[in-house]
Design a protein around this ligand. Structure first.
Ligand code: ADP
Ligand code: ZN
Ligand code: ZN
Length: 807
């Protein structure tokens, strides 16, 4: 009988996108299970790579060609359960990606394999100097060392002669953190007797003995003994050999919130709207029924309290819960709300954690030690079993869609998992995406609404729109209207706080020559470089290229090369001049790059250490500061003119969100929106906080333009280093695709992308808009298969289902 494992290998290509069969050797028989990572040989050179076991089987009639054998197991227990393996199958189909990419996306990044290339000695009959200088007396050495040695040519010749070979070793970085604990292993009397025997000057030993006596039968970490009690490590080691104490290693979690204590918060009595929303959710839970709810509630209406009580219900039923929050609003405030309610039951997953911390949070979930997972997009892969509720807060946020392969949307996966577990999924937002709102309209989702602010003392802020065109005609040229300045000074006098947002979307700071108009471009992409003041560099936001800030124009040599556009830093300087007495905290990518900086700045603002919080979009969400009574938006409309059909929707959402930061408690709030497009409906309707009117108007426009939610969309992008090759392929694809489509489908393009060249590659795109095209999926798969050969020649094709960004 032969035991076979079916393995998806870590080689993301079309040819290898299927399980390969490996023999499970005798000694691993009891260890290999579906869902584990293994190390397997692959290809001709017998490279060692990582793979995932997706199934095991047995056969009595082994194949004529002997199977390769699994080399080792990388896990002691499966890391992906049956549900997640099924989900990966689904993702692969719906996002047109490789199975291996889907599987790896589901795990913390430390569990992705790295490979080490090694040179191995196969035959002792090699020249002495090779043994000594290259191998240094060992049988294998890292390949990097060989490459940098003067013997590279010789080594290559020896490899051709079969005397040495290159091998790859799979490494996993997921290290469990361990601490050493000491415990007395003698009775108190015996320890005292030992103390009697000590010489006078054996100070360390005496100290250690009295510490051991004080522990009685308890234990203490070695680190604590060293740090807190000033005992040396050699003394502890000696004591172990003398039999005074025993040392044991214990596994511990790196807990990012370990240093904090959370007080227990109790559920608030709900208002009538909250109660009926919660009741609807509970009813489905009680019936073990899947259902998607759209919880549409204005900012501050108490959606979070509904989520918290829904999750409590899931726990009470012995189940688990997932709570997704956009990365940007995973603030300490948010985490604290969950920790205070559910304590140790909460695991938090977000990008601010170190890799080790993330891995430990993941392990807690996997071992059923945390039943509530709060996290950003990828937390949808939390290895929870028995899920009773899934919540996606701010469901309209684009960050829920991953913008690289696999291009999944967390909302779709949440619904998939909700069906699998037969549990409700709650999508919450003050400004739902048009897609979700339209589904609620058609009763695909069940609509729950909260129309009042939950805190009875709070009321919605009053909103004023300021026409910056007029302002400029009158006199001002800076970033501040007279009215905004007046209101800011007023807040300073009253000791209240203000939040100012500079909308950075579609806006960048660039360097232009005043004499000839030259703008510094990226050498690899068709886009201008952005100025980063803090690092004093020009940077490309597409490919990451960096260069120094020029002192003179590279074209005409003029030194009048100046900085254009408005950055937060420039606004801060302007504000410091206009209101010299104000204390300002600035929050943008530059000031929050360091770990923990985001938290620290918010804590400072919360403590009242500043009067004004000035920031980019990152301040628009989730903040709940009672002393904030003024919100100013410096430039409401920079994103309105982007060539994206969602530009209005994004602007409306952002303005509504940021307005919601004012007047969260008893002090009334005021919002000022500065704009050059005061009559645009997205600005106007954000001004009246009228989501319903916006929804109607925008649906009308989408209908007229045949856009989502009336149509589905798929975007195909082809790229190549030669423009002609990219264009030609895109045209061929369109011809092929037409054969799979009905006349009702609409094709936009082929066109060069808005940024036509990225990272030295030319990008061509086509967008398919359709309502019902049963053969589209097959067509797209065929396109991928047919392009195999060109892919190896440098062509890249990507398929993005429901793209969220059209530029
Ligand atoms: P949202 O998530 O809809 O923006 P939150 O859940 O953050 O709203 O609630 C806004 C504020 O109202 C919070 O300070 C919260 O503690 C408070 N709140 C929520 N529900 C109630 C309630 N039923 N009674 C009193 N205050 C509430
Ligand atoms: Zn110039
Ligand atoms: Zn670039």
């Amino acid at each position: 009988m032969q035991h076979i494992a079916h393995v998806i290998v870590d080689v993301p290509t079309r040819q290898t996108d299927q399980p390969f069969s490996y023999e499970i050797p005798e000694e691993l028989l009891t260890l290999v299970e579906t869902g584990m990572r293994v190390e397997v040989p692959f290809g001709n050179g017998n490279r060692h790579i990582q793979g995932f076991v997706v199934g095991v089987s047995q056969t009595d009639t082994p194949a004529s060609q002997p199977l390769k054998k699994i080399i080792s197991v990388l896990d002691l227990a499966p890391v992906l359960n049956d549900e997640l393996l099924l989900l990966a199958d689904d993702m692969k189909e719906t996002t047109f990606s490789f199975k291996i990419t889907c599987l790896q996306t589901m795990l913390p990044s430390v569990m992705r394999s790295t490979y080490q290339k090694k040179l191995c000695l196969l035959d002792e009959e090699v020249p002495e100097h090779i043994k000594e200088d290259v191998f240094q007396g060992l049988s294998e050495v890292p390949w990097e060392d060989v490459v940098s040695s003067p013997y590279l040519r010789e080594v290559i010749a020896l490899r051709q002669a079969g005397k040495v070979d290159i091998q790859y070793e799979v490494k996993t970085k997921n290290k469990v953190k361990k601490i050493t604990v000491m415990q007395p292993s003698m009775s108190a009397e015996d320890l005292q007797a030992e103390a009697q025997k000590l010489r006078k000057n054996a100070v360390q030993k005496k100290k250690l003995l009295s510490l051991l006596l004080s522990l009685k039968t308890g234990s203490m970490t070695v680190n604590e003994a060293v740090k807190e009690h000033d005992i040396s490590r050699p003394a502890i080691r000696d004591a172990e050999s003398a039999g005074w104490l025993t040392l044991t290693e214990k596994e511990v979690y790196r807990d990012p919130y370990g240093f904090q204590t959370f007080k227990k918060s109790l559920p608030l009595p709900l208002n009538a709207e909250q109660q009926s929303a919660l009741d609807a959710i509970k009813e489905k839970m009680a019936a073990n029924q899947h259902c998607v709810f759209l919880l549409q509630g204005i900012t501050g209406s108490g959606k979070t309290e509904v989520y918290l009580q829904g999750i409590a219900e899931a726990l009470a039923r012995g189940k688990t819960a997932v709570m997704l929050v956009p990365e940007i609003s995973l603030t300490p405030q948010t985490v604290t709300r969950f920790k205070e309610r559910f304590g140790q039951d909460v695991a938090v997953l977000h990008s601010g954690l170190s890799q080790g911390e993330k891995y430990d949070e993941w392990r807690k979930i996997e071992r059923n030690e945390a039943r509530v997972v709060v996290g950003a997009r990828s937390a949808i892969f939390a290895p929870l079993t028995n899920i009773g509720l899934i919540v996606i807060d701010e469901e309209h946020e684009t960050s829920y869609k991953q913008d690289e392969s696999p291009r999944y949307h967390a909302r779709d996966l949440a619904i998939w998992r909700g069906k699998y577990h037969q549990c409700p999924v709650v999508l919450g937002s003050a400004t739902p995406s048009l897609e979700s709102r339209a589904r609620a309209q058609k009763n695909v989702y069940q609509l729950l609404q909260l129309q009042e602010r939950a805190n009875p003392e709070a009321s919605l802020p009053s909103i004023t729109i300021i026409d910056m065109k007029q302002e400029y005609q009158q006199r001002r040229t800076g970033n501040f209207s007279q009215m905004l300045l007046d209101k800011l000074s007023q807040r300073l006098e009253r000791g209240e706080q203000s939040v100012l947002m500079l909308n950075r979307r579609g806006y960048s700071s660039f360097v232009m020559c005043r004499d000839c108009g030259y703008v510094l471009p990226c050498p690899n992409c068709d886009i201008s470089l952005t100025l980063h003041m803090d690092t004093k560099k020009m940077k490309c936001h597409y490919c990451g290229h960096e260069e120094p800030i020029p002192r003179e124009c590279p074209i005409c040599g003029s030194d009048k090369i100046r900085y254009y556009g408005t950055g937060t830093q420039k606004v801060q300087e302007e504000l410091a001049q206009l209101l010299p007495e104000s204390r300002i905290i600035r929050m943008d990518v530059d000031t929050t790059r360091r770990k923990g900086a985001h938290e620290r700045l918010l804590a400072q603002f919360g403590n009242g250490d500043a009067d004004i919080l000035l920031g980019t979009q990152m301040i628009a969400k989730g903040l709940d500061f009672p002393n904030v009574t003024l919100v100013g938006v410096l430039n409401a409309d920079t994103a309105l003119n982007l060539p994206d059909f969602r530009a209005s929707e994004r602007t409306f959402q952002l303005l509504t969100q940021v307005s919601g930061r004012a007047g969260r408690a008893e002090k009334p709030g005021e919002v000022l929106i500065q704009t050059f497009n005061p009559n645009h409906y997205a600005v106007q309707l954000a001004g009246t906080q009228d989501y319903e009117a916006f929804y109607q108007k925008e649906m009308f426009i989408r209908h007229r333009g045949n856009y989502p939610p009336y149509y589905f969309t798929v975007q195909l992008v082809v790229s190549h280093e030669e423009e002609a090759a990219a264009a030609k392929k895109m045209y061929e694809i369109v011809v092929l695709l037409r054969q799979f489509l009905s006349p009702q489908a609409i094709l936009l393009g082929p066109t060069p992308k808005a940024v036509a060249r990225v990272n030295k590659r030319y990008m061509y795109q086509t967008v398919v808009k359709y309502k019902q095209e049963p053969r589209l999926h097959d067509g797209l798969k065929q396109i991928l298969n047919d392009s195999q050969r060109e892919i190896s020649r440098g062509l890249r094709i990507s398929i993005d289902v429901e793209p969220q960004q059209f530029i």
